[in-house]
Design a protein around this ligand. Structure first.
Ligand code: GDG
Length: 483
């Protein structure tokens, strides 16, 4: 196979500027981990925004950053503050994100945002086209770049294009609300291979293609004149071994090397051995169902008062999109609910919810995953949800229970979790009780199946399966053109 390039909104590095020095800090997220192995192995480039608005850096510094990134085979797309405001905070996160997560009431229909989205997608496509040669392959990521596949295909039809959507694809009845729905579908159809996390998103996509464009679909193929487009489900995995290893390392550390958080958690259990911890980790996003989770925890404490004083919910809410109005309101709502639960059920020795509004280092995340008896993952919509998989990978003693929303893509792979409807507060409250009282044998039985599955289809398997399908597409394309 020829070169494979990656395009995503962000490059897999953030830039740290100190005095005259430029440091590139590698991202540790799932996408960066999975894709790093791909573009390095196939001698490609990674094209994306380096995370600094171009207005903040003079030309000299921009050149130096560019060179430094180029040493890592990364190519920057420069975006001004205004472009970020309109394209990223704007159309991506105020229009597409709520639409694709079924929050129709939050959608911003401003044509100025759409115009910026088109222009910035063109900037990404043009930057990629400077590097692309006929015969190359390119893998484009996510909802911020939905128009890029077509923008590239129309200029260089001999390039094999893959597109992967990390968020849900909504049903046609929801997608049609958007004035620019046809343009989005057209943009995606520039790709030769389109991937979603689940078969349901794939089905929704097909129904939009049929209804909006009138194209025929057979099995998982769309035929458009002399082109064939394959659409498939590729459920994204995690770097399972990294989480497993990090979790087992924690328990082997001598006491003096354990982190403050770890020692605090141990102290918590020492106070009373029948104490339990429930974990909740997300970006602070309305799609994650955080208010319902707090309401359900309050209901649980009310319905099962024997657990008051014995169960604590650790809630980590990572700051996200803090300039968008609905996120600002959500933060207020969550803080008020945390205050209510703690005010109603807490006392001097007991705080029912430990709330952290910040991001934590990887090690702390692992400490939380491995110390908490239950993971509460209750999004109202979620493309996949990697937190659920990371919790499973970090349970080295094979105990622990996941309460999981049926609205998360990951629920399709986790039948052994306690599956709930995220709007059913009573059901979540009862599931908390069930999880906390589940016999250890049953926990292990369920966890063994989950671990086995999540380990087998990890992030490397996910990316290699996608690359394999891309290579098949390249062959199909070549044979079609040879005719
Ligand atoms: C989108 C889709 C889809 C969280 N807090 C901290 C931290 N994290 C890491 C977790 C996990 C990641 O962030 C969150 O991933 P999710 O999958 O749960 O959610 P989104 O950010 O919404 O991701 C989602 C995903 O794309 C992949 O396709 O699953 O559906 O919405 O990896 O570990 N990491 C650190 N500190 C934190 O405080 N270090």
């Amino acid at each position: 196979m020829n070169r494979i390039h990656i395009v995503s909104n962000r490059l897999p590095f953030s830039i740290n500027l100190k005095d005259d020095q430029i440091d590139l800090i590698p991202s540790v997220g799932g996408l960066a981990t999975g894709m790093r192995s791909v573009y390095k192995e196939y001698n490609g480039k990674w094209i994306g925004w380096p995370g600094l608005p171009s207005d903040d850096i003079d030309d000299g510094l921009a050149d130096r950053i560019e060179k430094k990134l180029f040493e890592e085979d990364c190519i920057s797309v420069h975006l001004s503050k205004r472009e970020i405001e309109l394209y990223y905070d704007g159309f991506s996160n105020r229009t597409i994100w709520p639409l694709f997560h079924y929050f129709a009431q939050y959608i911003d229909y401003d044509p100025e945002l759409w115009e910026a989205f088109v222009n910035v997608n063109k900037k990404f496509a043009d930057k990629a086209l400077e590097t692309l040669e006929e015969g190359d392959t390119i893998w484009i990521h996510d909802y911020q770049l939905l128009l890029v596949p077509e923008m590239i295909k129309s200029k260089k039809p001999g390039v094999t294009i893959g597109f992967f959507l990390h968020i849900p694809f909504p049903s046609f009845e929801v997608l049609r609300i958007l004035p620019w729905r046809k343009e989005l579908i057209q943009g995606m159809l520039g790709a030769d291979l389109i991937g979603f996390h689940t078969y349901d998103y794939q089905r929704h996509f097909f129904s939009s293609v049929r209804r909006l464009m009138g194209y025929e679909i057979s099995f998982n193929q769309i035929q458009i004149e002399d082109r064939i487009i394959i659409v498939d489900a590729f459920p994204m995995g995690i770097d399972y071994d990294k989480f497993k290893k990090a979790a087992s390392d924690i328990f082997q550390k001598p006491l003096q090397e354990k982190s403050k958080l770890h020692r605090e958690l141990e102290k918590y259990f020492l106070l009373s051995p029948d104490r339990k911890l429930i974990l909740s980790i997300d970006r602070l996003d309305y799609s994650k169902g955080i208010p319902n989770r707090l309401k359900a925890f309050a209901k649980f404490l009310k319905d099962y008062p024997e657990f008051v004083g014995k169960v604590t919910l650790i809630m980590l809410a990572v700051p996200s999109r803090g300039t968008v109005e609905h996120y600002i309101n959500l933060k207020k709502e969550v803080e008020e609910l945390v205050g209510n639960v703690n005010g109603q059920f807490g006392n001097i020795n007991y705080t029912p919810v430990w709330y952290f509004y910040r991001s934590m280092p990887f090690e702390s995340l692992i400490e939380l995953y491995s110390s908490c008896d239950v993971a509460l993952v209750t999004p109202v919509r979620d493309g996949m949800n990697l937190v659920a998989k990371e919790y499973v990978a970090s349970r080295t003693n094979r105990t622990g229970v996941i309460i999981l929303s049926e609205m998360a893509g990951v629920a399709k792979e986790m039948g052994e979790a306690l599956i709930i409807n995220p709007n059913n507060i009573n059901e979540i409250a009862d599931s908390i009780k069930q999880a906390l009282t589940m016999p250890l044998d049953e926990q292990r039985e369920r966890m063994i199946f989950l671990q086995d599955r999540i380990k087998r289809y990890d992030v490397f398997k996910w990316s290699s399966e996608f690359v394999k399908s891309l290579s098949r597409m390249e062959n199909i394309q070549n044979s079609l053109h040879a005719k």
